[in-house]
Design a protein around this ligand. Structure first.
Ligand SMILES: [Zn+2]
Length: 255
């Protein structure tokens, strides 16, 4: 009696599917690189980052590439409608310095409590955070936009603060203006959400908490992890009880 060959198991088909998908993506990228294929900017991995565009799976790649290119970074900031002035470079000395930094006066819709010195890299992440996290969350939780962000500073030539007085011997991202400490947000109408006050209860209870202020701040911190590489807040340690530390360029961390 003839025996039908067993159909290939789904597991055996996977390498073929992956190889075909990789070949298709490789062909598309090759055609795009040769100028033979025009993709819409939103789906073109080589197109510069447009802060106004709704984020998709290419956004982290574009954000990283634009941050690493000084001219593209400044041009993306301008396109995003931020108010800033470029600041002359200060060569690194003992781990502190400025490279393609700006004095940021305001985001697109929010004023900054005081103008702040930020690397273009960090300012671009701020622009993404403001547009795609801060404003949508303010409208979602309170039905109104945010009008200002209070911060505790950005550039500071110092080491990482261990919180218990021990020397860490490692420069903070603040030493290269790659970090911003956000202390609060003011909404249209005047209400201010303050990290120290409104996040005073155990931070891990934030999701689903009855208090809209805490829920908003919890979502705001979680959302920052999509635009910044490192985010530390009240749940991390006592040093961060009164602010969100938002940084670019370090190890990925979101706590
Ligand atoms: Zn900080």
């Amino acid at each position: 009696m003839p025996i039908d060959p067993a159909p290939p198991s789904p597991r055996r088909r996977w390498p073929w599917v992956l190889a075909l998908a990789a070949a298709a993506v490789g062909t598309l990228l090759g055609l795009r690189a040769a100028g033979l294929l025009v993709l819409p900017p939103r789906h073109d991995p080589f197109a510069p980052l447009d802060v106004a565009e709704a984020p998709n799976w290419l956004t982290p790649l574009k954000l990283r590439r634009t941050r690493d290119d000084p001219a593209a970074c400044l041009s993306a900031l301008e396109g995003a409608g931020l108010r800033f002035e470029p600041v002359p470079d200060r060569p690194l000395q003992r781990g502190c310095g400025l490279d393609n930094a700006v004095r940021l006066r305001a985001g697109r819709e929010v004023a900054l409590g005081t103008p702040t010195l930020l690397s273009c890299r960090a300012a671009l992440s701020f622009a993404m955070w403001e547009r795609h996290e801060l404003q949508p969350l303010a409208r979602q939780h309170f039905g109104r936009p945010a009008v200002s962000v209070q911060h505790l500073g950005s550039y500071a030539c110092r080491d990482i603060n261990s919180g218990d007085g021990r020397a860490t011997g490692r420069r903070s991202r603040h030493a290269t203006a790659d970090a911003l400490d956000v202390a609060g947000v003011t909404l249209e109408g005047g209400r201010t959400l303050v990290v120290r006050r409104d996040a005073a209860r155990p931070w891990s209870d934030g999701r689903g908490a009855a208090d809209p202020a805490q829920a908003f701040l919890f979502d705001l911190q979680a959302g920052a992890c999509r635009s910044f590489d490192g985010v530390l807040g009240p749940g991390y340690n006592a040093v961060h009880a009164d602010h969100f530390h938002l940084e670019v360029g370090g190890w990925p961390v979101c706590r």
